[in-house]
Design a protein around this ligand. Structure first.
Ligand SMILES: [Fe+2]
Ligand SMILES: [Fe+2]
Length: 199
């Protein structure tokens, strides 16, 4: 018998992260919520079911993985570490299992593709993969990042985005690649058209 109410914990965590995404203090954009956090949750749960992982750990880690950077941009550089710290505090206050909190923290610490840290569990590997997969499935949001946030012009942006998608593809585990293969090919097709255009 569990001594915590998972549905209630999930509801509270979801609201906390959603509110942070839509807050005026979010340095990024509210689009983090529909085009990043929610797809990462979906991909994590999809892979978690396929690979028989702990879905509670995965779901909470997926909601909270970027929370620190969304909450306070000053924490962004080390948002994997601050995120794990904040998740520990939040989940302990909500009465989640101590053992599972540790697993959530491990997932958050190693989620970043740009900072190569050992994945200590199946759940940690899945979260890092789901994070990368969202860059491929949310192609339009990646265009926003490329051309609006980074301000690349067309050709430079196309090259940058292609490299980003290829990196994300390499970080995706085989079971995830199957799910997003069509999106990946479509994205590359659009990008290659811009790159191969005669100047
Ligand atoms: Fe992140
Ligand atoms: Fe992320």
């Amino acid at each position: 018998m569990k001594n915590y109410n998972y549905k209630k914990i999930r509801q509270k965590v979801k609201k906390l992260v959603k509110d942070a995404c839509y807050s005026a203090h979010n340095h990024f954009s509210y689009t983090d919520w529909p085009y990043h956090i929610l797809p990462v949750v979906d991909h994590s749960l999809y892979l978690g079911r396929k690979l028989k992982a702990d879905l509670e750990v995965l779901e909470l880690a997926a909601y909270l993985h970027d929370y620190a950077g969304i909450l306070d941009y000053r924490l962004y550089k080390k948002h994997h570490l601050h995120g794990a710290r904040l998740a520990g505090k939040i989940l302990a206050e909500l009465g989640f299992s101590k053992e599972k909190i540790k697993k959530v923290q491990e997932c958050i610490i190693s989620h970043r593709g740009s900072i190569r840290l050992e994945h200590k569990s199946k759940e940690a590997r899945i979260l890092a993969s789901a994070d990368a997969m969202s860059h491929i499935t949310e192609f339009f949001d990646m265009c926003y990042l490329t051309f609006n946030i980074h301000k690349y012009e067309t050709l430079e942006g196309a090259k940058w985005l292609k490299a980003k998608l290829e990196r994300s593809w390499r970080k995706t585990m085989p079971a995830g690649k199957k799910l997003i293969e069509a999106d990946y090919e479509q994205g590359l097709k659009i990008i290659n058209k811009a790159i191969l255009r005669k100047l």
